[in-house]
Structures are given as structure tokens and as C-alpha cells.
Design a binder for this molecule. Sequence first.
Ligand code: GDP
Length: 361
Amino acid sequence: MKTVLIGVGQAGGKLTRELVAFDDRMGFGAILDAVAVNSAEADLRDIPFETILVGQDRVKGHGVGGDNELGAEVMQADKREVLSALDGRVTAEAEAIFVVAGLGGGTGSGGAPVLVKELKRIYDVPVYALGILPGDDEGAMYQVNAGRSLKTVAREADSLLLVDNDAFRSSGESLEQGFDAINEAIAQRIGLLFASGEAVEGVAESVVDSSEVINTLRSGGIAALGYAAAESAEDAEGNINAVMSTTRRALLTGTSLPEATEADAALLVVAGKPDTIPRKGVERARRWVEEETGSLQVRGGDFPLDSGRIASLILLGGVERSDRLEAFMQRAKDAVEEAEAAEEREDPASAWSNDELDDLI
Ligand code: GDP
């Protein structure tokens, strides 16, 4: 799937950089172009593609400091600059646009929904968001920001692909230390998804097509991505069980949003050397995904890849009923209530509303 990426905020920029690096390293060519947008000048310094500084008149390049309302305002005020930087980058070849952002901060959290809305008005291709959820040990402000941003982005975007930072954290590691590793893991999974829809020369009829990715995400709402890999056997016969077990792991323990197993639609992509991908195993795994997700729309396909490993990648569309998401929304709501109570103690007249978080989408 030929994609143009827009990283917003610090996490958005870093993850976009990682995605571009992975796509280059693998030689996929699925990412057509990328830009990074931020209100903090320092966070744009290490970005090797076009950068746009927004909100200069308001925050002088120092960032919005976790204030996502200010993040939304500066994006609104400077949206024209961002859109003109995209001119000529979203070419006729482009099949999708992804806006990438950490939902818990300020610039990405506030700016991404504004940008998604504008892009939807301008472009015919689907506009997706790739949103990062804060870990549950991050402060209340992050939870509140993410709760609000998630709702708005999910409403505006054609689909919001969610990545929970806690899903990728290794034990004993702080979130901060783990960011680079988390970004690498996410970039590999999303990068494979982008590339899996690319035409591959001279191989099987069952390769995935970009339209299958788009159709899986068509139901809108929230999406998640699962992944697991194993050593490949020499031939397809030897990989029948491996495909079944990587598929199970991808869905049950390897998704970007843990415990998201109920879905409206799914796409199972099995990646490996073409002659080691077992037809029978893939079909069996696809049926298992159908049962497990409760969806009758489970697409399947191969991704021929010159690798000694065999991998299952599962894209899930419409996972908003997941327990994990409900738990997160509860966490965000609690944080709003706490913040409200604190504000009320200081200034009884200025309590803010919790209505926004009452129903998810
Ligand atoms: P912004 O620059 O104001 O948009 O704020 P950030 O992008 O720093 O957003 C903060 C949120 O993103 C927090 O919830 C962090 O946990 C998360 N975050 C920050 N940097 C990274 C990163 O490099 N990778 C990942 N996965 N998450 C990050």
C-alpha cells in the first residue's frame, strides 16, 4: 500500500522516522514520502525528511508542554503551511495517508485530529491515524489527553490503528528506556503491513492487495495489528503447524492493543519464502481467526519475503469493544474526575466536563 506519512509531535516524528528507515532498509518502497510536524523545534532536529514547525508565534518553538488544547489551536492556525508542504507529495500513486502521533502528549494529541479532519476534506484516499496510547504508569495528564484525542481521531479518521505502549514494554525497563525498542517493533509490524499490499513480481496468485488492507479498515473505528514469527521449515508441509501457532500468538499475545480479539473484520497475512507457505496451514489459520474474532470477514493472503522465518501478521478492524480499550477509557475518565476535583477545590467555578468520555465512539 503506497503510503504518505505525517508524524505529529515527538513520538509521531520518531515513529515516522523509524517507519521510513525500516521501509528503506527492507527496500520495500511502500512509503512514498514523509513529513514531520511539531511545535517544538528541538524535536525536529534529528528528522531526516521535511519538517514543519507550527505555532511559532504562540510558543516560539518551545512546544506546547502537554497542553493538547493548545496543540489543537496551533495546528488549526498553521494548517495551511502543513497542507502546502504535502502538496506534490500525495501523488496519484498514493493509496493512503497515515497521521502518526502519541495520543498522550500535547502537539500530537491535539494536532492529529485537526490535521486528519483537514486531510479528509482534501484527499480522496483514506486518511488513517496511527495513535500511541500512554502506558498505565504515565501521569493523569497523559491519560486525559489520550482519552480525548482518541475519541476525536477515531471519529475523524477512516480508521485509528492503536498501539498501546504497554503492549511492547519489556519487563524491568522504564518506558523512556524502551521507546527506541518499542518504535522499532512497531515500525517492523506496520512496515510489513504497508509492504504486504505491494505487487510482488512473479509470485503466487494469493498475494495480498492494498484493497484488502483498505477493506479490512473500512468499518472505521479502531484497529489493531498483531504479529508473531518463528523459524521456517524447509518446505510448506513442515510449516503447517508453525503457521497455526504464529497466528495464535499474533492474535492472543502479539497485538498492538492487547486483548483485542473481537473484531468486525480481519486480514491474515502470512509472510515467508513463497515455497514454504503452506496453503492448508494458511486456510486453517484463517478459519481459526474467524472463530476467534467472531468476524465473517476474514481475508487472507501471502507476503512473499526472502527470509528464514515465517510470520503471521493480523490486521483487525473494528475492535472498539475490546476489554483493554474499555479499561483505558475508564482510566482516562478517572483521571479527568481527579483533575476536576482538584480544580474544583482550587476554583469551584472552573470544573470541566466529563461528558466527552462517556461513550467511546
Ligand atoms: P508531543 O510532542 O507534545 O506530541 O508529545 P509526545 O509525542 O512526547 O507524546 C507523549 C506520549 O507519547 C506519551 O504518552 C509517551 O509515552 C509517548 N511517547 C513519547 N515518545 C515516544 C516514542 O518515541 N515512542 C513511543 N512508542 N511512545 C512515545
